[in-house]
Design a protein around this ligand. Structure first.
Ligand code: SF4
Length: 233
């Protein structure tokens, strides 16, 4: 989109501070089922699932963890088998060598520093090897007290299209979103964007014509088409 169109589009939809509430409300009505797609029954399973979800789909992770969690129930279990065995058990999630190493290092720290329990604070989770900010954010949010906003590929794309950020770096995007999104919505906000991104605001071909946000979105193609047709009449 040309720069002049972007500026015009941003003016048309109004300031992001005025749009954020209606956008959250409409997305919540549109995607009442928007929750985490990973399947887990404990904090440990949640942590491992999120670690495995890097560079693969949640469906794929769920498929692998269905068996994995029958075999590995405590941090000790991940350390009791040879590394190659764990690698093999998580192979289908991709990048299995790095993931197996990170999981084992994390289990070691859990046992040494946290009595085998998954810590609840962000700063503690970030001490675990292989747990980056996104993973820690997901774990903290799922346990009910988000300290930040999860930024994955959908959250990044939609935040940019909706004019919430001009940044590319996930940490800077998160900072912009934390300033904009009411704290009470930090848990559900990423899920709403993720599900909207999967169903409607698709990466290659956003379905703007059926999108409930098309009058609030500076990147809406519906509006661009209308402008273009006006210009030719
Ligand atoms: S109007 Fe289009 S670009 Fe904007 S959020 Fe909806 S689908 Fe995405």
């Amino acid at each position: 989109m040309a720069r002049s169109y972007v500026a015009e589009a941003r003016r048309r939809v109004g300031p992001k501070r005025e749009r954020i509430r209606p956008i959250i409300e409409r997305l919540a009505a549109e995607h009442p089922d928007a929750t985490i797609a990973l399947r887990f029954r404990s904090d440990l399973e949640l942590l491992v699932s999120v670690m495995l979800s890097a560079q693969t789909t949640d469906v794929n992770v769920n498929h692998v963890t269905e068996r994995l969690f029958e075999k590995y129930k405590r941090p000790e279990d991940y350390l009791a088998v040879p590394l190659e065995e764990l690698e093999n058990d998580i192979r289908a999630t991709g990048f299995f060598r790095q993931k197996a190493k990170a999981i084992r290092a994390t289990m070691q720290i859990l046992l040494e520093e946290f009595d085998g329990q998954v810590p609840s604070r962000m700063d503690e989770l970030l001490r675990l090897q292989g747990v980056a900010r996104k993973t820690a954010n997901v774990v903290v949010a799922e346990r009910g007290a988000a300290e930040g906003i999860v930024v994955d590929t959908h959250v990044r794309r939609l935040s940019q299209r909706l004019g919430f950020t001009r940044q590319e770096d996930p940490v800077k995007i998160e900072r912009d979103l934390m300033r904009l999104v009411p704290r009470a919505d930090w848990n559900r906000f990423p899920h709403l964007l993720i599900w909207h991104g999967r169903r409607v605001c698709i990466a290659r071909k956003p379905r703007c014509e059926v999108c409930v946000l098309n009058d609030l979105c500076p990147a809406s193609r519906v509006e661009v088409a209308t402008k273009a047709s006006r210009a030719t009449t």
